[in-house]
Structures are given as structure tokens and as C-alpha cells.
Design a protein around this ligand. Sequence first.
Ligand SMILES: *Cc1c(COP(=O)(O)O)cnc(C)c1O
Length: 462
Amino acid sequence: MRYISTRGAAPVLNFEEVVLTGMASDGGLYVPEQMPQFSAEQFAEMAGLPYAEIAFRVMKPFVGGEIDDTTFRRLIDESYATFKHDAVVPLKQLDSNHYLLELFHGPTLAFKDVALQLLGRILDHFLEKRDEKAVIMGATSGDTGSAAIEGCRHCDNLDIFILHPHNRVSAVQRRQMTTVLDGNVHNIAIEGNFDDAQAMVKASFADQNFLEGTRLIAVNSINWARIMAQVVYYVAAAVAVGAPHREVSFTVPSANFGNLFAGYIARRMGLPVKQFVIATNANDILHRTLADNDFSKHELQATLAPSMDIVVSSNFERLLFEAYDRDGAAVADLLVRFQQGAVEIDDAPLAALRALFSSYSVDDDTIIEVIQEAFEHTGELLDPHTATGYRAAQRARADATTPMITLATAHPAKFEDAVVRAGFEGAPLPETMHDLMTREERYDVLPAELGAVQQYVAANRH
Ligand SMILES: *Cc1c(COP(=O)(O)O)cnc(C)c1O
């Protein structure tokens, strides 16, 4: 399988190269040159199969033979053995035709585990084969660092360095990262805020000389393998409710759009999806773009659904590339202008998007209301991110006869603030996390200085 950039001016890569690369050299994101196609019969045969088997079938064409089947099956099996539910991503029926797809049974209780468990193992496999070591760097405001750490802790050929703002993440969030004591996991508390940490990671990617030739890899949601791993649960959920014999719709709590773009890929592979609903919190760039053709940056707002707090939605570029009929020059022009101020999407691509996507934005007060209301009506305690999806599914759904599957992106125990504000005592942490607050922690505190951070990374990698 070959991969091309959304801006049309970067080298064409194979799967192995694309996973090790991250962002394309022209500033774009990689997408498959051709979409694999599945027949109705192939989808029908997946109904009832174990998740790992569906995962193998769905992802195999994207890997294009670059990992042998036996190894790829092993990587998949190991990844999803870390999930605490036999179904991996169980589907719950909420009412007569609304379902909840629980993506939060992995090690860190959020959907990012689905992709990061596999990405770490794929990276390690390729590095082993090449006899290379690599360094992963990332910054986190609390939530996503732990999923990356859990995905990489068992990887012999990777060192992972995660920067978090010192004393500015909750104890639970910090401990989910700092109690992972594997030798290749390095937590750095930066004496500064998240933006300082983020800026130092960006600067390190821009000039990697401090690593003296060691490869630096990003595991954020622009990495193609993350999208690929997420395609699987759209297929698994759809066939569970009757696809390919009937159409299904999905609602997705969205921020960087990596999750929802995977659903779009599933549809392009032949899965009969009628409608996608984009749910946002008050950081509503996706909703403004779809509803008002207002594709512009607004100031960041801190909301009750913090993992959806973004200004720019990075993976939306991949969807624009498709809406612009894969005209890389047009996408490059649009995104360069976007960085400078508001732009408008052209009529034809906007119409194409609106034919398939709807959107809805949910503010904090409504999140609280929805957590209460959903519990009353269904007995399910939703996390604040999933709550945005629940409301968006109700409000933006095109028809009631098509099954609607709302993606539950986090476990409510992870976001107690919102749950408590909604009048609940909180949600108990799953059994495996009960001793989180008493486990041994390990992290180092560093000043917000690029030189100090880079020296630390260079000295502590293996
Ligand atoms: C990351 C995240 C999202 C947003 O997903 P995107 O792929 O960035 O759109 C939603 N909910 C939770 C809990 C998350 O961690």
C-alpha cells in the first residue's frame, strides 16, 4: 500500500515509512493512495467474529504485506488482550435504536488506547527489523500522555518522553503516567504551562540534531496507524447492528477529528454509513465550519470535556483533501490561508461534506444536563465527552429508523469533575486501578528551557 500527502508535494511512502514518519515533509498528512474495497459479502462474514479477527481483516490491506500475517495477528492479539472486556469494544443498546459503543475498556480508560496499544507494537516491530532505536516525545495537558505511555512501555526499541506541566495536572492523571516504572518511560514535569511543554516538543521535532541521528517519532493522531486501528471498531459495530444489510449512522465526540476520519475511511471501504454526526464542545471549529462555513480559529476555552479542547482540528485536513477531490495544491493553499485568518470552504466541497456530515456543539451546562438526563433515561453514567455525543445524536440525527451508534470515548471515572457536578458521587475506578493513589511514582522536574529538556532526553535514552 502506498501513501500520499494531502498537500501533494511530499514523497510517496509505503506503510512502514508512513508509520515511522508522522507529518509529511510538505506539511500535509499521509492518506492511502487507494482505498481498499470490501464487498457486502466480506462485511457480512465479519458479523460475530472476535474483535481481533475483524481487526486483522480490516487492517490487512493497509499494511500491504509489510508485516507478515502471523506477526500482525500476534501484534493485534497482544494489543487487545490489554482490554478489560472480552468484546474489546462492547456495544450497548440505549433505547429502541440508539447504541453506545464503549471504547474505554483499555488500560487508560479512553478510546486512544485502541490505537496506541497497536501503534507502539507496530513501531517496535519495524524498529526491531531495522535494528534501530527511536525516541518518542510528546506533551500532554493531562489526559493523552498516559495512553501513549501505556502503548510504548513494553517496546524494547523505543524510549518515550512525556512532558506535562508541573503541578497543573490532576493527581489521578499524573499518576496514570508516573506510576509506569518501565525503564523506557520518562516523565518530565515542566516548570511552566502546557503551551511551554508543547512548544519545546515542537522545537525538538523541528531541529533533531540533539539526538545525533536517532529517529524522533510522533504518536499524535496524525500518525496514519492510529487512524487505521480506529477503522476497525466502526466496522465491528456496524456489522453487529445489521450492516451490510442495513445502513447505520455514527455520532462522534470530536476534536482533532482522528476518530471520525477513521469512520469516514470505513465508509469509503464500502461500509454502508448513512450519516456522521460531529459532536463538539464549546471549542466548535468543526461545527462552525460545517454549519456556517466559518473555518477560523477561536480562542481556546477550558471545558468539562478537556480532551476535546482544541483550536485547530488537525485531521480535518484529511477530510478536506477528499472533499477537494484530492487536489493537494488546493488544500495546501486553503490551509496556508487558514493559518493567517478565516477562510471559506468552496461551494462544491462544502456541499459534499454536508451531504454526509452533520454537526452539533454542546456547552458545559448542557453537558451536566445530559449526564443527568441520560442516567435517568438509560441508567448509563456518561463521561462528559460522551455526553456531547449523546446530545448531538439526539439533535442532529437525520432519521430515527437508521440505527445510531454514539461513540463513548472515555470512562466516567476519568472525569469525576463533571460527574460530581451532575450530582453523582463519582464513578468508581475499575478494579485494576484501585491502588493508583498509593503506587510508587517516578518523574523528574525540569525548567521550561529547551536546552535542559533536550539534554535530558539525549542523556536518558537507551
Ligand atoms: C482525544 C479524545 C477525543 C477527541 O478525539 P479526536 O480523534 O481528537 O477527534 C474525544 N474524547 C476523548 C475522551 C478523547 O480522549
